[in-house]
Write a protein that binds this ligand. Structure first.
Ligand SMILES: Cc1cc2nc3c(=O)[nH]c(=O)nc-3n(C[C@H](O)[C@H](O)[C@H](O)COP(=O)(O)O)c2cc1C
Length: 169
């Protein structure tokens, strides 16, 4: 099998956040996919079981997703994508608002956001596939969004081992 074929799949880059009681985290994911459109749209996300964000989504049954802009600085991606919220407060120094579902939504470097409830959690080995129902959605701007391809080719960013698409760097 030539797993390089999987590099030809296209993705965006997002932050998924969750909070349970006073505990918050959010992490970068590229695995947000819309599944259905009618009434309350359904989407899926794949989150590594070792990510703190996974634990908080499992407990709160809520997840808010911010769509990142193409101009997002690498340091910002580093804060959410290479460090764990178990060790520091990712909200400190980050622009956010409280969602209607009482879970913070990152508004910095963000074009749009979705507030979601967990409908199903599917164990897929290293990751949990969460099926989410969108309860609220807002557009914050019209600037180009960050794609996974742009992240690799232009920003020259790399992918940490907990990402769904990791195949070594
Ligand atoms: C470009 C990029 C894409 C990523 N995609 C995913 C993903 O789809 N799923 C995932 O679980 N982690 C993904 N990660 C890794 C998490 O963002 C990372 O493990 C994060 O530090 C977890 O933080 P937490 O422990 O506070 O939840 C990605 C990271 C980067 C930089």
């Amino acid at each position: 099998m030539n797993k390089k074929a999987l590099f030809q799949l296209s993705y965006g880059v997002y932050i998924v956040c969750s909070q349970y009681e006073q505990n918050f985290s959010g992490c970068i994911i590229n695995t947000t996919t819309q599944i259905t459109a009618e009434e309350k749209p359904k989407i899926s996300i794949a989150v590594n079981k070792e990510n703190y964000t996974n634990e908080l989504i499992q407990k709160s049954k809520k997840a808010n997703i911010s769509v990142l802009l193409q101009t997002t600085p690498f340091e910002f991606i580093g804060k959410f994508g290479f460090r764990t919220g178990r060790e520091f407060d990712k909200l400190e120094g980050t622009n956010y608002k409280m969602g209607n579902n009482k879970i913070p939504v990152i508004t910095e470097n963000t074009n749009a956001y979705l507030e979601c409830n967990v409908l199903q959690s599917i164990d897929v080995g290293t990751h949990t596939l969460f099926i989410l129902e969108v309860e609220e959605a807002e557009v914050l701007g019209e600037n180009p969004v960050l794609t996974y391809d742009y992240y690799h080719r232009v920003i020259k960013g790399f992918t940490p081992p907990k990402a769904s698409t990791y195949q070594g760097n």
